[in-house]
Ligand binder design. Structure first.
Ligand code: C5P
Length: 246
């Protein structure tokens, strides 16, 4: 695989919009130029699963960022429904606990097999990148340090059969150094030096993320909010290529 193809596969663009037209415009501009389109709660609650079908029929890959968290039975049913739409990556909250994670994986494997689909990758969300240690300590009363808590959740996920984890780039190195299996690390909160932080708190540049052992970066507003999303994506791809080369 060339460095260019590798870089492309590692860029996930978050289609965070409620407008069909805006989503279609972005898909048209970026199709074939990036690795995955991420469909999250905003677009999904506006368009439903048809947006996944549209992207897949167009030949692009989909990360469905539904962040499922519920009782194991409900999560496993929801996973089965989404897998049938041929998503490539999907996710659950690690805080659902071991049993929920196992049931999610089991449902994914069974549904993919019975529908003759390639196995999608199942990721676990650790702690949102918009959250700080203050929120963890005071709002959620989690007494463990943020880094240790993220590492703990990552270990829980990998132990229970997940293919990868979602965390900030700042924790990626700690996780790579401590968990030896081969797994994906996907990080949002990516801000190139030329972009605004918005509401993200635990941020890193694309280059820092890749150097910390991140396999895929999720970028939303720095691309989708740019007046020229294609050139913003190209700049980020160049930065990923540079980081892979080193
Ligand atoms: O616009 P921005 O680049 O901040 O978008 C980041 C995307 O990643 C959003 O779609 C957000 O829902 C998602 N995300 C996140 N933090 C996580 C998991 C997902 O920001 N831990």
């Amino acid at each position: 695989m060339t460095i260019k193809t590798q870089a492309k596969d590692r860029l996930i663009v978050a289609l965070d919009t409620s407008s069909e037209n805006e989503a279609f415009e972005l898909i048209k501009k970026l199709s074939g130029k990036i690795g995955y389109f991420k469909v999250g709660l905003e677009l999904f609650s506006s368009m439903g699963p048809k947006i996944i079908d549209i992207i897949k029929d167009n030949g692009d890959k989909v990360f469905f960022d539904g962040k499922f968290l519920d009782i194991p039975n409900t999560v496993s049913k929801a996973i089965a429904n989404i897998v049938k739409h041929k998503v490539d990556i999907l996710n659950v909250y690690m805080s659902g606990g071991a049993n929920m994670l196992q049931e999610a994986k089991k449902s994914l494997v069974e549904t993919a097999k019975s529908n003759n689909l390639p196995l999608p990758k199942l990721l676990g969300v650790t702690v949102l990148t918009s959250m700080t240690s203050d929120v963890l300590e005071n709002d959620l009363k989690v007494q463990t340090q943020l880094n240790d808590y993220v590492l703990h959740l990552a270990e829980l996920g990998i132990k229970n059969g997940l293919d990868g984890i979602i965390c900030s780039a700042n924790e990626a190195k700690l996780i790579r150094d401590n968990i030896k299996n081969d797994f994906l690390i996907v990080t949002p909160g990516i801000r190139p030096s030329w972009a605004q932080n918005n509401d993200q708190k635990r941020i890193a540049t694309p280059k820092e993320a890749i150097k910390n052992g991140v396999t895929h970066i999720v970028v939303g507003r720095p691309i989708t909010g740019d007046k020229d999303p294609v050139s913003a994506a190209e700049k980020i791809l160049e930065e990923i290529e540079d980081a892979i080369r080193v």
